[in-house]
Design a protein around this ligand. Structure first.
Ligand SMILES: Cc1cc2nc3c(=O)[nH]c(=O)nc-3n(C[C@H](O)[C@H](O)[C@H](O)COP(=O)(O)OP(=O)(O)OC[C@H]3O[C@@H](n4cnc5c(N)ncnc54)[C@H](O)[C@@H]3O)c2cc1C
Length: 450
């Protein structure tokens, strides 16, 4: 008898988690994982640290080889195999493996789409130019690293100032390059609170990164297959390398013409069980729209953690369980020139756009008691829902303490706690580790006064 078959498309954070979980939950099932590159289970978030030279060996980011995954997880792994189409009525998927001219097909009982995302292209910039560098998939990392090692670019342009653009800026400075960041909007890191965009701009400039914002038009002069210079409004900037880092888009183009309910960017909408509207098909990770815990709306998170969690749930449910996903809380964290940024929940702007009536406070203080020589400043902003005093967001920029502060707020958001819960908290104190008064307490006093 043909075994119950779970097919998973995409072998990274969401897909690998889904496949491993489905097999664990239903050991008698056949679980088949399709991945169009030659790599699965890749540490993508670590790519910028390979560019900076902190991680020496890119292959250390291949957390599982396909054969090790197959052996340990008992999953059939098809690498260099792209799924081209799905016949949802017949429950068949069609795929093509490299080196094989024929299109093959596989019958499935349950299917999980975890095809993730691709980097957005920048209008007018030819993607194939030799010095246009990408950083999304493992082959991009190898090509980009190789290009940098051979050509040692003196000047680099980064288009886009999201967290990835900023991480690449730091990596390129560490490699000795001069860096210019171009941003069309008026502030860098547009998804952050404006107070932090201003501080981060100062931090970039202090590390000799040129930041140009408010750009209307960016065009490219090319010669012999390379970008020679970039025109940013009236400024002409000669350059040796260009990183277009203007966001991601769900990789769901192969579903065109199918009856999936999809969002503005092509993300596949899912319900609390990670089911799509098409029977027997689940979706997870960057290719899926999943519930935002705070707004209740379906959105894409472009987050490794959300991909892993939703992959697990999709795998569990495809294998026969009924686990519910309660929604994700958006969290963004990164390091920039020795400082750390972490943002959780909603920014004040996005909260208002979603109909919240907000109250907020911004401030800064030292991360240790101020007399300790190694203390540095932590800046923080706390946002509450004015109608019920529940915390709905916070941002931090400072030392490594921002990770704990941000996680504490995420926990409070998840438990729908009001800010008075913080006043009742016994924060630790010892001079070498913590300030006498926690910054969150000072923000609450500000909110109370305001
Ligand atoms: C440089 C970088 C740094 C990042 N840093 C962080 C971070 O610090 N923290 C964080 O939370 N997130 C970070 N992210 C985002 C995080 O990497 C993604 O959210 C996560 O990888 C999404 O996982 P996924 O499995 O949904 O999709 P992906 O990682 O995009 O994987 C999808 C896989 O599906 C395959 N595929 C696509 N179409 C097909 C098809 N038709 N057939 C077969 N296979 C297919 C692709 O080749 C790919 O391997 C970063 C992203 C990048 C690029």
């Amino acid at each position: 008898m043909k075994p119950f078959t779970v097919a998973v498309i995409g072998g990274n954070a969401a897909g690998a988690a889904a496949a491993a979980k489905a097999k664990r939950v239903n050991p008698s099932a056949r679980v088949v994982l399709f991945e169009k590159t030659g790599y699965i289970s890749v540490g993508v978030c670590e790519f910028p640290f390979v560019l900076s030279g902190e991680i020496k060996e890119p292959a250390s980011l291949l957390f599982y080889t396909p054969s090790k995954f197959s052996e340990e997880k008992k999953v059939d792994v098809f690498i260099e195999s792209e799924v081209l189409s799905i016949d949802a009525k017949e429950r068949i998927l069609n795929f093509k493996s490299s080196g094989d001219d024929a299109e093959l097909s596989l019958s499935y009982d349950k299917l999980i789409i975890a095809t993730g995302s691709r980097q957005s292209e920048f209008p007018g910039l030819d993607t194939d130019l030799e010095n246009v560098l990408w950083l999304k998939k493992y082959p991009d990392l190898i090509r980009t690293k190789g290009y940098l090692e051979v050509n040692k670019p003196y000047h680099t342009i980064i288009i886009g100032s999201g967290y990835l653009g900023l991480e690449i800026a730091e990596a390129m400075v560490n490699r000795g390059a001069e860096v210019t960041v171009l941003e069309k909007l008026s502030e860098i890191l547009p998804s952050a609170e404006p107070e932090f965009s201003a501080i981060l701009t100062g931090l970039l400039q202090a590390n000799k990164v040129e930041v140009i914002t408010n750009l209307e038009k960016i065009t490219f002069n090319t010669d012999s297959g390379r970008v020679k210079s970039v025109k940013a409004d009236s400024r002409l900037i000669e350059t040796d390398a260009v990183f277009p880092v203007v966001g991601f888009r769900p990789d769901t183009r192969f579903l065109a013409g199918m009856d999936f309910k999809r969002g503005t960017f092509g993300e596949i909408f899912t319900d609390v069980f990670m089911r799509t509207n098409v029977p027997h098909i689940f979706a997870a990770g960057d290719s899926a729209g999943v519930k935002n815990f705070l707004t209740g709306k379906n959105q894409i998170f472009y987050s490794a953690k959300v991909a892993h969690t939703t992959g697990h749930i999709a795998g569990n449910n495809a294998a026969g369980k009924n686990e519910q996903f309660l929604g994700a809380i958006p969290v963004t964290s990164f390091r920039l020139f020795g400082k750390y940024f972490s943002q959780t929940g909603l920014t004040e702007k996005s909260a208002r756009e979603h109909g919240f009536v907000t109250k907020s406070a911004f401030g800064s203080m030292t991360n240790l008691v101020h007399v300790m020589p190694e203390s540095i400043n932590t800046a923080a902003k706390l946002i509450i829902n004015r109608l019920n005093n529940q915390i709905i967001g916070a941002s931090f920029l400072g030392g490594k303490e921002v990770s704990g502060l941000s996680d504490l707020i995420t926990l409070m958001i998840r438990n729908r706690m009001t800010y008075s819960g913080l006043l009742e908290t016994d924060f630790n104190y010892t001079p070498a580790l913590s300030p006498f008064r926690n910054i969150l307490i000072s923000l609450i006093h500000k909110i109370n006064k305001g």
